[in-house]
Design a protein. Sequence first.
Lengths: 364, 364
Amino acid sequence: MTQTRSVYNFSAGPAMLPREVMLQAQQEFCDWHGTGLSVLDFSHRGKDFTAIAERAEQDLRDLLKIPSDYSVLFCPGGASLQFSAIPMNFLRSKALYINTGVWGDKATQEAQKFGDIVAVDALTEDQGNTAILDEAQWSQYEDDFDYVHFTPNETIGGVEYSALPTIGKGKWVADMSSCILSQPINVSDFALIYAGAQKNIGPAGLSIVIVRNDWLDRPRPATVPSLLDYSVMAKNQSMYNTPPTYAWYLAGLVFQWIKAQGGVEEMAERANIRSRALYQFIDSNDFYRNPIAPLSRSRMNIPFILNDESLNDVFLQQAEQHGLMYLKGHRSVGGMRASLYNAMPQAGVEALIAFMDKFAEQNR
Amino acid sequence: MTQTRSVYNFSAGPAMLPREVMLQAQQEFCDWHGTGLSVLDFSHRGKDFTAIAERAEQDLRDLLKIPSDYSVLFCPGGASLQFSAIPMNFLRSKALYINTGVWGDKATQEAQKFGDIVAVDALTEDQGNTAILDEAQWSQYEDDFDYVHFTPNETIGGVEYSALPTIGKGKWVADMSSCILSQPINVSDFALIYAGAQKNIGPAGLSIVIVRNDWLDRPRPATVPSLLDYSVMAKNQSMYNTPPTYAWYLAGLVFQWIKAQGGVEEMAERANIRSRALYQFIDSNDFYRNPIAPLSRSRMNIPFILNDESLNDVFLQQAEQHGLMYLKGHRSVGGMRASLYNAMPQAGVEALIAFMDKFAEQNR
């Protein structure tokens, strides 16, 4: 089963995991560290899994410099389940949702089930390109909100804050599904950070929640499901019930890999190099176009459009033949999208650019 | 990494998967069917994962003969999340919970957050042994319940109905986490069947919900989280958000394996043979004891007690040295527990009995 060519997966998520992680996981799939057992069938309360779980948490704490007064939770499901859990736990009066794309909108819709939400559309059109509004234009919203929710990177639109908002700092709640571990962050600015695992962390079906402990004690309604109650989850070290053990283990391997590569500073450096290369190519080639204003461009998800959209199908078909997979844009946006998460090697971006260049020449 | 001895995992869950499934999954871990990609990083909306997902559902439908007017959902998280979802979706007036152990009690506690629950403790002591009460003793509870919830097999106590209750047939809601796919069932008797995957289906972090379609249209409060709303899940083919794709794939491999072995009839036959052998050994040996009345004994989870409990630690230690893992009983029960799910080969039970026999002789 040796691969005869390199294959790169540009999917927005589930996304590729680092090659080294995949090979290690495969090698120990049926027999972890000579136990004769797979991590898949470890009891979550046994000593082997406990060690795996604790190390994963500690490595994540090290990577993001998470202060000791924050809990780290490994929750079942993806970020969409947290869209519900967050207002169920913390919405008492009203909350501000600053939205820059589809996922912020979805989080808002879910939160509106549970109380009063002030939603700001923080996107604008800037000379035909999409951009994040300058904060001055919506700072009048500042008020006594329970929390301020935003999405630092929007996977579908390919929009990312170059500088985070300042409103409500300290009671920020951020969906970092598509940018966590791609750069250093100051965790203390946030009340809660959450992320579905399937982009920069590990497999789908797990989400990470980092929450300041003083928020765990806030009173909440008796109708919060136990699995969505952050206080219950924290008290039980994320093992109120059987957690997604294998996903947790793989996340731990990814954390180890990031550490070995040089940490989130190195991930940030690589993300900048990868994304700059692709944006520069797109901007310099009149065959392709990226619809986002430069200051609001995502380092993780790069949508691009062929100026002749009738070539979309043949582009995708030929890309696949070159081992460049899942480049089709989200159905709500169309065109193409290249997701360049931590696990994407620079060689993958170079292969994509080389293919795009050749395709443009041949189809001009 | 070839194993030099056989290792058997008696954990109650996460539990061992069939050896053949593990080997296949390992072999195609980094390259599924020559795609050069892992199932782990398939987009859940791509054609490869769609085929995997659809086949898994069809195989489960075939195995359990699920009628076409039932939906099959692949949900994130374990059964405990469904403890909340079920009353959130279906509890309007009141529901009956017939409880035979810890998990039924937990389901009840969660349901009580959302409305009026009549809970029946259907366990009794029968000459020092635990037994399920005869239904005649609680049939007076029959009334106009929204649904009747029970747990056909209780993992912790090792208690299983030899014949299901008859009360409320048609509006049964059953937690089959530890017995699904271990015998034929008549799905039409149930409004909803649910099961955490990590015992007889696949890895932790996934649960299966089988629900009659006419129940999906019942009105429910606007405050049900989307991911816990069975109607939303069904309309989106369990892909309202990114599902736990790898767990879904492994579940599919297990379904294929069960089919190849001869289906749930064959699983039932093997479960009977496995469990009978162990109960017969325990009953015939005055060194060990099983605290459940014969008619209420589980085929899946067999707790047993060493009459001299001071030997517990040395028993567990020596069992591990013989490759017999995770035999420690649940902390609420003590003693030992051998879980014998579908993936446990007969040779595992025989190895356990041989060890227990030898241990008894040496420590009498």
